[in-house]
Write a protein that binds this ligand. Structure first.
Ligand SMILES: NC(=O)c1ccc[n+]([C@@H]2O[C@H](COP(=O)([O-])OP(=O)(O)OC[C@H]3O[C@@H](n4cnc5c(N)ncnc54)[C@H](OP(=O)(O)O)[C@@H]3O)[C@@H](O)[C@H]2O)c1
Length: 385
């Protein structure tokens, strides 16, 4: 297998680091049919303008809550002109939050979308521990020590920070493939320490949909929509998991409303899905002549086609990745996680991609190059004869 944990995570990090442009889900469409919450909450969102933030904030506003955003004012600055914005930097400037706390400001929940560095959580959770009722921290399924067990739930072991990184917990900005998961695990620990019994932790898997700047899931709906012979990886039954950013963001608000203190895997879909179901679902959403050619994992490896990075969303379910795409979501379902149809995610992701500039299209961050697909398909057909 050509892909290592490092590859996965490097792509994950890239997803978290880029300033977004293009059309994410618009607030008006997200608000349609949303009923007001029984109690209006004051929410402080750390972040709010990347991928999960926009639908979360739109949904919170539609539920009648009051939202304050804290970020540097760099990403998607056009969003939410009427929402209170506190400007600062989690690296070294929380003074805007500090000033609010000193004035006696109180929040029902702090929703921390951004942190992968423990000292960020230590600082923000420490600062708001007395000023907020609960802290909702966004971790990752990468926090687990391994991905070898299909169906693993939230109780399995988390990655441990290395001795070398332990010394850097209060300083590090150097997030790497190796330390991303353990750092997330440590962030969780710090959030729980500051908000004992008042903490919610969500560990998302692959977050997808409009606004996704990693291009991982996006590769498939865009490729399928183009039509022709599409190279499909592995076997049709190989499992996939992902979550639409809108399903995740909206659920966060409901978790905060319900004070559902627990730790959750945040992935979908509701029922187990194979690679074929995902691709056929996408094909059913677009109008084009499309066929799929399934190329087995060993052949892809021989031809240096990388799972996850090139054949995105897909990881051969064996060895240390046997459970990578089959985390248990029983607890999340119990706590009200819902899923929009794959057709909606497909259609809106294509629309989002089409709203990006030609320059951005030329700098795709994941997925297989068309020329390479053609070449490997030709080799596969020759091998099949
Ligand atoms: N993408 C995935 O598939 C995936 C999978 C599992 C877990 N995760 C986790 O999900 C989270 C991603 O969240 P998101 O990007 O969707 O959240 P978001 O809240 O929508 O956007 C990130 C926000 O962080 C702000 N920000 C970035 N650097 C900052 C800094 N130094 N100080 C203050 N604010 C800062 C950005 O605004 P400014 O730039 O204006 O500051 C932006 O508002 C991350 O914690 C990631 O580890 C992602």
């Amino acid at each position: 297998m050509t892909t290592t944990r490092r590859n996965f995570i490097q792509l994950s990090l890239l997803a978290g680091g880029a300033a977004a442009v293009g059309r994410s889900a618009d607030a008006a469409s997200l608000a349609v049919g949303v009923t007001k919450a029984e109690k209006k909450l004051q929410l402080l969102v750390l972040g709010g303008t990347g991928l999960i933030g926009p639908p979360m904030v739109s949904y919170a506003l539609a539920r009648g809550h009051e939202v304050t955003l804290f970020n540097r004012g760099k990403t998607n600055t056009h969003l939410f002109p009427d929402v209170e914005k506190l400007k600062g930097d989690r690296n070294d400037d929380l003074s805007a939050i500090e000033a609010e706390v000193a004035k006696g400001r109180r929040w029902d929940a702090v929703i921390d979308n951004t942190a992968s560095i423990p000292r960020w959580v230590i600082a923000s959770a420490g600062l708001t521990a007395e000023a907020a009722e609960l802290y909702l921290y966004t971790s990752s399924i990468s926090a687990y020590a391994d991905s070898a067990t299909p169906g693993a739930d939230e109780t399995v072991a988390l990655g441990q920070i290395s001795t070398e990184d332990e010394a850097k917990v209060m300083t590090t900005k150097d997030i790497t493939g190796e330390n991303y998961g353990p750092l997330k695990a440590r962030c969780e620990e710090e959030a729980r320490k500051a908000f004992p019994d008042r903490c919610i932790v969500v560990r998302p898997g692959l977050i997808v949909g409009p606004g996704d700047y990693s291009d991982r899931f996006t590769y498939w709906p865009v490729r399928v929509a183009k039509g022709g012979e599409v190279m499909a990886p592995g076997t049709p039954a190989d499992p996939v998991q992902f979550i639409d950013c809108r399903d995740l963001g909206e659920w966060y608000v409901r978790l905060a409303e319900d004070k559902n203190f627990n730790t959750y895997n945040g992935v979908g879909p509701r029922s187990a899905m194979g690679m074929a179901e995902m691709l056929y679902g996408m094909r059913a959403t677009v109008d084009n002549e499309i066929s799929f050619t399934w190329v087995d994992a060993d052949f892809l490896e021989q031809h240096e086609v990388a799972p996850w990075a090139e054949m995105t969303v897909w990881v051969p379910p064996k060895g240390e990745y046997a459970g990578f795409s089959s985390s248990s979501i029983a607890r999340a379902l119990e706590a009200g996680l819902t899923f929009r149809p794959l057709a909606d995610t497909t259609r809106d992701t294509i629309e989002y991609w089409n709203s990006l500039s030609a320059e951005r299209h030329g700098k795709r961050r994941a997925g297989l190059a068309k020329e390479k697909e053609t070449k490997v398909l030709a080799a596969w057909h020759a091998h099949e004869k």
